[in-house]
Design a protein around this ligand. Structure first.
Ligand SMILES: [Zn+2]
Length: 177
């Protein structure tokens, strides 16, 4: 697959990781040598972008509708570690991000990064990902880590793994708010 075909226009200005050929999200942490650490969100950058009303993936100003992406636990707790983003950027992440798009791809936590949160460090990889689409959020810092509380959702979009281990969107069966 040519990842550039799946790239929303908003993400086209992002730097491309030369090893993977993938755009580097705005909140992706960096190793001291400048290489991206795709396993880790830079918490300070996530908070900074969110406080400026910018997307955690592409860095551009958010729309009136904001998307969060996480597992069922995030939905139940209404709390996300990953920052707010455009719906189109969240959708692209379900296709481009190896950790999301492939069930069997394990995210390796890299200890060279400090002061940042390994994504989903508190839980095994979820069997589904839920996109929470809403119109606002609050940001907190808990134990030095950012935590985002989205406004009540307008829509939920659910993504599950096929038998082959690829993530795809399933029809929304969630109750309406
Ligand atoms: Zn974006």
């Amino acid at each position: 697959m040519d990842p550039s075909r799946e790239l929303p226009d908003l993400m086209r200005s992002l730097p491309i990781d030369r090893h993977r050929g993938l755009p580097i999200p705005a909140v992706t942490a960096r190793h001291p040598d400048g290489q991206p650490d795709f396993s880790t969100v830079d918490g300070r950058e996530a908070l900074r972008l969110a406080s400026e009303g910018r997307c955690g993936i592409c860095g551009n100003p958010l729309d009136s509708q904001i998307a969060f992406l996480g597992g069922p636990g995030a939905v139940a707790a209404r709390a996300y570690h990953d920052p707010p983003m455009h719906e189109s950027c969240a959708e692209a992440s379900t296709i481009l991000c190896p950790h999301l798009s492939r069930r069997d791809m394990r995210r390796v936590t890299d200890r060279r990064s400090t002061g940042v949160l390994p994504r989903n460090s508190a839980e095994e990889k979820p069997d589904r990902w839920v996109m929470w689409i809403c119109r606002g959020f609050a940001a907190y810092v808990i134990d030095g880590m950012p935590l985002f509380r989205p406004a009540p959702y307008l829509r939920l979009r659910t993504f599950t793994y096929t038998d082959g281990g690829h993530l795809h969107e399933t029809p929304d069966t969630s109750p309406r708010p």
